[in-house]
Design a protein around this ligand. Structure first.
Ligand SMILES: [Zn+2]
Length: 196
């Protein structure tokens, strides 16, 4: 086993992860965080999100997105894999603007899916580097489209599933949905890591 993986990715305490038969038989991935850290996260009661927003999630997002700790993409891989492995729709992670991605060094939504072994497709490109929270409600509603299709992207008449970190106002997902529907998608659903 990789030495890095024997410490909890969140609190750096050693993981008591003797590989049990049960783990081998029922789980695809080794745990990356300790039981104490795991217990701080709260599952979402909705079908369209994995977790509730709470202090543990706030800390996680800060470390993952703003401190650019790409290793943290693995923390939810087991749960994401279990939730999305049988998904029939084509999964599209919500993209970052490419300048922002260069600054962040990785695409946080894509890395979550990669860590969970979930195939995805990218058809969208972010058109603005403004964040949703930097605008007021009125501006958000009337804003120009946040996404357009990647040049040459083929949208088929089928179902797509948008994957974002947090739903919040829903504006991001609504904009992305509109682009896909206008380009011929049959149906667009969404799933978020966190129930905003
Ligand atoms: Zn821990």
């Amino acid at each position: 086993m990789n030495k890095i993986e024997t410490l909890c990715l969140l609190c750096s305490q050693p993981l008591q992860s003797a590989i049990s038969w049960k783990l081998l038989l029922t789980k695809q991935f080794q745990p990356t965080i300790c039981d104490r850290c795991l217990a701080r996260f709260e599952y979402s009661s909705t079908a369209t999100a994995l977790y509730q927003y709470n202090d543990a999630m706030k800390d996680y997002l800060h470390q993952y997105k703003f401190l650019q700790d790409v290793a943290l993409a693995k923390v939810f891989r087991q749960e994401l894999h279990a939730r999305l492995k049988h998904e029939k729709a084509t999964i599209i992670p919500i993209p970052m603007h490419r300048l922002k991605q260069r600054e962040r060094t990785f695409s946080h939504m894509e890395e979550l899916l990669k860590a969970a072994n979930i195939p995805f497709l990218q058809l969208l490109e972010k058109t603005t580097i403004e964040t949703q929270s930097s605008r007021n409600r009125e501006q958000r509603i009337q804003a120009a489209p946040l996404f357009h299709l990647i040049e040459g992207a083929q949208v088929r008449h089928k179902e797509y599933l948008l994957f974002d970190d947090i739903k919040a106002t829903g504006t991001t997902l609504r904009h992305a949905t509109e682009v896909l529907l206008n380009a011929g998608a049959e149906n667009v659903k969404s799933f978020t890591l966190i129930n905003g």
